[in-house]
Design a binder for this molecule. Structure first.
Ligand code: EPU
Length: 337
């Protein structure tokens, strides 16, 4: 294990922000992880996984642990289902593809989401009608203060929309090392209700889709709307879709009859932040190297050398405008560091 000093983090965060870490270490096994945690009890540690859901607004004057613990294990199999574990350093999309190659169904709608397996539970990643919580059985995590391994059941994780215990009371206290899922081997429960999936399947004339078909159309849809972080720096949706009261929604609908919405319950309605941002005229606009993506206004982009502060200031301008125009407070989905 080698500690590197003053390491640029540009290629370790999907926004491509050129912040530095005063100390940086690659962790490739659980024993290394335990060793580093136990030896550095006095130091502040920063856990870096895929770097796909963060905006670095400053240099990190800490020891950054880059988690690279890989491995996928089938723990138990029946005729119908499989219990499969992936270590935290596995690339999320590669893991989804492994599941599809083995005909393990349940994660296909989550194809092509950037990041690693270990950070997926933190924000309960979700797309096209499916969330991680739907198939996650448990996750293993090391408590930073004691280097002890703990097991979190699905219920313990307190999952919500882009939310979990790891964003709240357990924030910064654990390092997720392994995630276990229960997936189906047959009679797959496909979720194709999302309009764009249905359209893409019918364009391909597929009437009885397989999990691979669903994965392929999800990949096609994501590629058509969302920028590839290896080409343009971004962290996916920058804000969460806000939930507002039905009364507030009815008032907005009077002024904006075309406002899209998803009913949550009889008192609450979710509205797409991308639509609100587009209505405020930000879509496709660029200030220096910081901008709002031309095809999806919910995604902020770094065209090359934007700083974290420039992107944060853009995010604040968007939040102010949305609050003035719609009386809605947008919350960030991305972690601001
Ligand atoms: N819309 C606009 N203008 C835009 C973008 C969207 O009017 O610039 C409208 C669309 O026309 C549509 C609605 O907003 O009526 C929803 O758009 P979309 O289907 O693209 O989904 P989203 O709500 O913007 C969410 C997730 C995405 C996920 C998609 C598909 C959040 C914060 N984002 O986006 O997740 O891929 O649904 O399920 O919930 C991510 O978390 O990083 C992410 C990409």
């Amino acid at each position: 294990m080698k500690i590197e000093q003053n390491k640029s983090l540009k290629k370790y965060n999907t926004f491509g922000i050129n912040a530095t870490a005063s100390e940086f270490i690659e962790i490739t096994s659980e024993s290394e992880l335990i060793d580093v945690i136990s030896k550095n009890t006095e130091k502040e540690l920063f856990v870096l996984s895929g770097g796909s859901n963060m905006l670095l607004t400053k240099d990190l004057n800490t020891l950054v642990l880059h988690l690279q613990i890989k491995g996928i294990t089938v723990i138990e199999e029946s005729e119908d289902t499989v219990l499969v574990s992936a270590n935290g350093g596995e690339n999320w999309h590669d893991f989804v593809q492994y599941c599809i190659d083995n005909n393990y169904g349940g994660l296909e709608n989550l194809s092509l989401i950037p990041g690693y397996v270990g950070s997926a539970p933190i924000q309960n990643i979700g797309a096209y009608g499916v969330e991680l919580k739907d198939t996650l059985i448990s996750c293993e995590a090391y408590e930073i203060s004691t280097a002890k391994k703990c097991l979190f059941s699905n219920e313990d994780c307190k999952f919500g929309y882009r939310n979990s215990i790891f964003k709240n009371e357990a924030k910064g206290k654990y390092i997720i090392s392994k995630v276990t899922f229960r997936l189906k081997k047959k009679n797959h429960s496909l979720n194709t209700s999302y309009g764009a999936i249905e359209n893409a399947l019918s364009e391909r004339k597929i009437t009885h889709p397989t999990i691979r078909d669903v994965s392929e159309v999800v990949i096609q849809i994501r590629k058509s709307k969302l920028p590839d972080p290896s080409e343009i720096g971004n962290s996916g949706s920058f804000f969460k879709n806000p939930v507002i009261s039905t009364t507030h929604f009815t008032q907005l609908q009077n002024s904006y009859p075309l406002i899209p919405s998803y009913v949550i319950d009889k008192n609450n309605i979710k509205v797409p932040a991308g639509w609100l941002i587009e209505q405020c005229g930000f879509k496709g606009k660029r200030w220096g190297d910081a901008g709002v993506h031309e095809k999806q206004a919910l995604v902020l982009v770094n065209y090359d050398n934007a700083s974290g502060i420039e992107l944060l200031n853009l995010a604040k301008r968007i939040q102010e405008k949305i609050e003035t125009k719609f009386n809605i407070k947008l919350e960030t989905e991305v972690n601001i560091i």
